[in-house]
Design a protein around this ligand. Structure first.
Ligand code: AMP
Ligand code: GLY
Length: 432
């Protein structure tokens, strides 16, 4: 069967690599994809142009559409295409389900109603209201723009004046445009974050192994928040007990309320060792990036049956689901991903420089493309996060040292004046 992956980042190339391994997969396309996709499999369309996506579905005889990023989901790609292409299977929630990511106030209200453990939120519709909430709020306070802001809409303030200035920037200067018409003031949660992915089919969920993302730009979690600078999997700081608790207290209510189909990304804060020592930081309606680059290589066997099951293909019930397993079978060991970003990311960074992303033969690591494009025969940088270097090893430490050795090898053929990366990804991980 032919598969179309919507999006152009590292997540989408990681999906391409895993889906292409499936014996069920025919042609696997990316729209628009990146330089990691073979030339014949890239389709240069805008993922928000649903009519164009629909034409490709027909032209390329697509059976399964896998939606990578959040914007098309929030805009209703599932609703649009399922109404016009009844045979098409779509991996991703409808617009209502995607609102869990698209509107943080909607998500906070739902969690409150459903009794899902999360930080308390006050929802402000204008500056005066926000400033008055701030007066009585404990510090640090987390300020969140309601809508999609490419991971930049959240800030944490220990200083009241700084928080006031931030609220003014959002409401008066429209720093996040329409996404900042509503603002949440949220209780600060301390602990370690974990990303838990659940593949949902409307009534049931199967969990993927948890991962740890590194969001800050610089070593030792310094610098600005980014889309994510590295990751490892499995993140054993989320215990099996906590995964079970997340299933019953967090994922089940989402299934019940939304008949949710697709990937539910549960961003968690782990406060302590007990099952109930977790709170939701955020919901996303799609796979995480850069977690997908490490989660998918840790899945034993084929991913495609789970995606088809989620998308409502009634003949496919993956064995693990049929047998009532909590999570997919996981390979031994661990995977680590270090992101190479354009120097300056997430601020200003250069693009257009040439990259040589082939690793020497037998290197126990591989490249996942992100912000790359093909210009004639050359691969050039086209985005902030350029590529991931990923490896799997028998331990986190082994995978980590293989990744950094592969980065050293890339230094022979690339100008690292234009690239940067964190040197502390997956360092000092006590488990495994
Ligand atoms: P979000 O877009 O809501 O995931 O927020 C982005 C990042 O901000 C999270 O991954 C956390 O690192 C941080 N964050 C968000 N909400 C909180 C909170 N309530 N307490 C502490 N950190 C938070
Ligand atoms: N890695 C964070 C995200 O995908 O939202």
């Amino acid at each position: 069967m032919n598969v179309l992956i919507i999006g152009s980042g590292g997540r989408e190339h990681a999906l391409y690599l895993k889906i292409s391994e499936s014996r069920l997969a025919g042609n696997v396309y990316g729209a628009p994809g990146n330089a990691g996709f073979p030339d014949s499999r890239r389709i240069a369309i805008n993922p928000l142009d649903f009519e164009a996506v629909g034409q490709i579905v027909t032209e390329k005889e697509i059976h399964l559409l896998v939606v990578g990023p959040e914007q098309p989901l929030v805009k209703g790609i599932r609703d649009y295409l399922s109404a016009r292409h009844p045979g098409l299977k779509i991996f991703g929630p409808n617009a209502e389900g995607a609102r869990l990511e698209g509107s943080k106030s909607f998500s906070a209200e739902f969690m409150e109603e459903a009794g899902i453990p999360a930080g308390k939120s006050s929802i402000a519709h204008n500056l005066a209201e926000a400033l008055s909430f701030l007066e009585n709020h404990s510090l640090p306070v987390v300020i969140k723009a309601d809508g999609l802001a490419a991971g930049k809409g959240v800030s944490i303030h220990s200083d009241k004046k700084e928080a006031q200035d931030k609220l003014k920037e959002i409401f008066e200067d429209k720093k996040f445009g329409e996404a900042g018409n509503i603002v949440l003031l949220q209780e600060f949660l301390s602990g370690r974050e974990a990303s838990l992915f659940a593949i949902c089919n409307g009534s049931e969920a199967i969990l993927l192994p948890p991962a740890q993302d590194y969001k800050r730009a610089r070593d030792n979690d310094q610098g600005e928040n980014t889309g994510g600078m590295g990751s490892y999997c499995p993140g054993h700081h989320l215990t099996p007990g906590q995964m079970g608790y997340a299933r019953s207290k967090i994922i089940e209510p989402v299934l019940q309320r939304f008949a949710y189909q697709g990937l539910l990304y549960v961003g968690l804060m782990v406060h302590g060792p007990n099952s109930e020592d977790i709170s939701v930081v955020e919901f996303n309606s799609r796979f995480g990036d850069p977690e997908t680059q490490v989660v998918l290589p840790m899945i034993e066997g084929d991913l495609l049956p789970y995606l088809l099951w989620s998308a409502g293909e009634d003949i496919v019930v993956p064995r693990m689901v049929a047998e009532g397993y909590e999570h997919v079978p996981v390979k031994p060991g661990a995977a680590v991903n270090v992101v190479l970003a354009g120097r300056g990311y997430p601020g200003e960074y250069a693009t257009g420089f040439e990259l040589q992303l082939e690793l020497p033969e037998k290197t126990p690591a591989w490249i996942v493309h992100a912000g790359t494009k093909k210009v004639r025969d050359r691969v050039v940088a086209s985005g902030g996060r350029v590529a991931s270097v990923v490896s799997r090893g028998s331990t986190v430490a082994e995978a980590r040292s293989q990744v950094y050795a592969a980065i050293d090898a890339l230094k022979q053929s690339n100008n690292f004046d234009s690239l940067e990366y964190r040197s502390d990804i997956a360092a000092n991980v006590s488990t495994l």
